[in-house]
Write a protein of this length. Structure first.
Lengths: 115, 109
């Protein structure tokens, strides 16, 4: 499968625990995006990364949330000390990042439930 | 600020009917895509269409960038078309996409 791969698909955490969501972009893609979707709402931009660099984190909450895209391995979205309001679907997308057409492709999402 | 608005917010159709979904955006765009989110939550790429017109089977889309809107046409709708349709816009100077508010479509058998 050459698509965007996310894991885990479903994650349950107790309040105060940490959640780590992983995203492997499509082969050849060096641009990764994370979006959050609350129940019955649209997708909200969180962060945009290239290899080893955060390009735009204007949608990330100021505390508890962090993202990385290391030189080797998947992109990681990390949520520390989770609260019930963090329960949501987290979608990752990737793209080539070219000026001639920057189509983004989404993974199947990671559903986080905080109990 | 930057805005992407879709209309109508909700739409109920009888199977076989046609529909037009609209996406208005507030600034110049480099990229625009339409997605279908199915009832299982998957986001399916429909069109990459920053300008012009494209067709794929029963679906077609038109973007008039100078007037800052895009339209998605669904003809002969089927129950499998149900779900939420999003437009996502990449504004000039950035590769990130901003999503619209979505149109929730339900097609009745």
């Amino acid at each position: 499968n050459a698509g965007v791969m996310q894991n885990p698909r479903h994650l349950v955490r107790r309040r105060g625990q940490e959640a780590r969501l992983r995203c492997s972009p499509m082969k050849g893609h060096s641009h990764v995006y994370w979006y959050r979707q609350l129940p019955e709402e649209g997708l909200k931009f969180m962060v945009y990364l290239q290899k080893e660099n955060i390009i735009d984190e204007s949608g990330m909450p100021k505390e508890r949330f962090s993202a990385e895209f290391p030189k080797e391995g998947p992109s990681i979205l990390r949520i520390q000390q989770v609260v019930r309001g963090d329960s949501a679907a987290y979608f990752c997308a990737s793209s080539l990042g070219t000026d001639s057409g920057n189509t983004i492709y989404f993974g199947e999402g990671s559903w986080l439930t905080v109990v | 600020g930057i805005q992407v608005e879709q209309s109508p917010p909700d739409l109920i159709l009888q199977e076989g009917a046609n529909s037009t979904l609209r996406c208005n955006f507030s600034d110049s765009v480099n990229n625009l895509q339409w997605f279908h989110q199915n009832p299982w939550g998957q986001l399916i790429n429909l069109f990459y269409i920053p300008s012009g017109t494209k067709q794929n089977g029963r679906l077609s889309a038109t973007t008039v960038a100078t007037e800052r809107y895009s339209l998605l046409y669904i003809s002969s709708s089927q129950t499998t078309d149900s779900g939420v349709y999003f437009c996502a816009v990449g504004f000039s100077g950035t590769y990130k996409y901003i999503f619209g508010t979505g149109t929730r479509l339900k097609v009745l058998a």
